[in-house]
Design a binder for this molecule. Structure first.
Ligand code: NAD
Length: 516
């Protein structure tokens, strides 16, 4: 059977194809250098309707933009996507995809921040917006990958940073969507795909993020399902991830229980565990600057960050001055009675003798009451029946080393201050309070010998001098950012480099044999 098509029909078809191509091109995000268009602040209804559109939507076997009902399907789809990614996409394609992901998040950073706050009820929206922005702009892409070359009489050898394949990643409730973005950028930059088992208390926001990123990837011409997750994450779905032969590497960001579980897997595992960052302040420090920096770090997102200042050790001779400046910059000093009251509602006795928080020590006398984690200072004051004259960002208290607020990673805007007679004592106690997490420590001092001594003794992955802890992840400090600080397994500030395998390619004898 033959069909007659006129010259006019052919013209119409060509026109319509050209229009479609133009429309698709308009949707492809511009290169990194193009200005980012930011949306105005969102209204709560926008967040609710965005969440409603996505929560409870049942995912079929094919998934919904990366969100799957079953972990097995999320793994299968991620594995297929990674093979396609490796076979058909070059480095420049990866950069185009990463740029689209960054821009999608920047355009919705307010919506994401509101959504996470609404779902987890932790931290505050303003700081969550800043975390999304920081992660989108300062997580490195392919530029951090380097090929090493050796050349000489015996030929040429190159060592490439190759992908692992499919990575299984577990995220915390404290930075849920930010960790998805940060991990995804690094993992995709290195040529991998990733399957997430997120913290259950953040699953709806995380599903929104995964869908947002997959849509951006597809618009930029990338394969579907490079980032997947299971809709209802549990410890069982995590076990499926750990046991799957398709998953070549595991990356866990969270407390010590998670890190221990992943390290038992028999697979290459990157463990980013808990912190309890101590601050040491000596009598050479600029105490006003130290006070402001400590408040900035300890009050950010209501002290949720693992790098945030959690306890201060200050020399007796500097303590009153430091506290004076803290009180002038948004801190409120709890008296003995108020402190006891805060302990009565923000701590729980460890009756069952179980480990929780930053340590696997089950003998701890107290645990943090979940209800108070990440709550604003004003909520604590309200519970105490105090109406402050000015804005309070942080509560402080003068305590001994053994106080539970010093020993626990409390993640509340309550900062204990311990006075010490000597620098040796301050460093000794700070090292003990860090509990060997090797995470983050901060020092305020103008004496280089003192700074070096503490840095050597505490051996943390991040050591910040004379600034807020935030500088340690590129927020007001040099260097790129991460949401996964791998202290226990030693990779440190993770990036695309962390998610690679070394591959050596040898061209011997200059590529040819001399005969005769
Ligand atoms: P969490 O350990 O309770 O949960 C983290 C993730 O691990 C979640 O997805 C959870 O479902 C899972 N999980 C929890 N216990 C587990 C176990 N025994 N076995 C297997 N999986 C388990 O931590 P959180 O409350 O979500 O986050 C706060 C903690 O994470 C703090 O200790 C904080 O210091 C740490 N953290 C570390 C980093 C870092 O980069 N090192 C970054 C953010 C948070």
């Amino acid at each position: 059977m033959s069909t007659q098509i006129s010259e006019q029909d052919i013209q119409k078809i060509v026109q319509s194809v050209l229009q479609n191509v133009e429309a698709v091109m308009k949707e492809v995000p511009q290169s990194d250098s193009s200005p980012v268009r930011l949306k105005p602040a969102v209204h709560p209804e926008q967040v609710s309707s965005a969440m409603d559109r996505h929560t409870g939507a049942s995912s079929s076997l094919q998934g919904d933009h990366g969100v799957f009902a079953k972990m097995e399907n999320a793994i299968e789809a991620g594995h297929a996507a990674q093979l396609q990614y490796m076979r058909n996409f070059q480095l420049k394609d990866r950069e185009r995809i990463l740029s689209a992901m960054r821009q999608a998040v920047l355009a919705e950073k307010e919506i994401l921040a509101e959504m996470v706050h609404k779902e987890t009820k932790l931290g505050n929206v303003i700081d969550k917006i800043a975390k999304h922005e920081l992660t989108a702009l300062h997580t490195p892409g392919t530029e951090i990958l380097k090929t090493e070359a050796f050349s000489g009489d015996d030929g040429l050898t190159i060592v490439e940073e190759a992908p692992f394949g499919l990575i299984g990643a577990v995220t915390p409730v404290t930075n849920p969507t930010e960790t998805i973005l940060n991990n995804s950028i690094g993992m995709l930059a290195a040529g991998n795909a990733v399957v997430f088992n997120v913290h259950p208390s953040s699953k709806n926001s995380c599903a929104y993020m995964v869908r947002l990123l997959n849509k951006a990837i597809q618009k930029a011409g990338g394969p579907v399902n490079l980032i997947t997750m299971v809709e209802n994450p549990t410890l069982e779905t995590m076990q499926v991830l750990i046991d799957s032969p398709e998953v070549r590497m595991l990356v866990g960001t969270g407390g010590p229980g998670l890190v221990k579980t992943l390290l038992k897997s028999g697979k290459k595992a990157v463990g980013a565990g808990a912190g309890n960052p101590p601050v040491v302040v000596d009598d050479t420090a600029d105490l006003e600057h130290a006070a402001k920096a400590i408040i900035d770090g300890a009050s950010f997102d209501n002290n949720l960050l693992c790098i945030a200042e959690k306890e201060v050790f200050v020399l007796d001779s500097a303590a009153d001055n430091l506290i004076f400046h803290m009180l002038n910059n948004g801190a409120y000093m709890l008296d003995r009675y108020q402190l006891e009251k805060v302990m009565s509602f923000a701590l729980e006795e460890n009756e069952k003798q179980v480990a929780q928080g930053c340590s696997l020590d089950s003998k701890r006398e107290f645990h943090v009451a979940k209800k108070w984690v990440g709550q604003p200072a004003e909520a604590f004051l309200k519970e105490l029946g105090i109406i402050p004259d000015a804005e309070v960002r942080l509560l402080i208290c003068d305590v001994d080393f053994d106080h539970p607020f010093v020993q626990l990673e409390q993640m509340m805007p309550v900062l204990p201050i311990v006075r010490t007679r000597t620098l040796d004592e301050a460093i000794d106690l700070a090292v003990k309070a860090e509990h060997g997490n090797r995470h983050t420590a901060i020092m305020h001092s103008k004496n280089v010998d003192h700074l070096t001594r503490f840095a050597r003794e505490v051996e943390t992955t991040i050591f910040v001098k004379n600034a807020s802890s935030l500088a340690g992840v590129g927020f007001g400090g040099e260097g790129f950012t991460t949401m996964t600080i791998a202290g226990p397994t030693g990779e440190g500030i993770t990036s695309a480099k962390t998610f690679t395998r070394q591959r050596r390619c040898v061209l011997a004898e200059g590529g040819f044999r001399i005969i005769g």
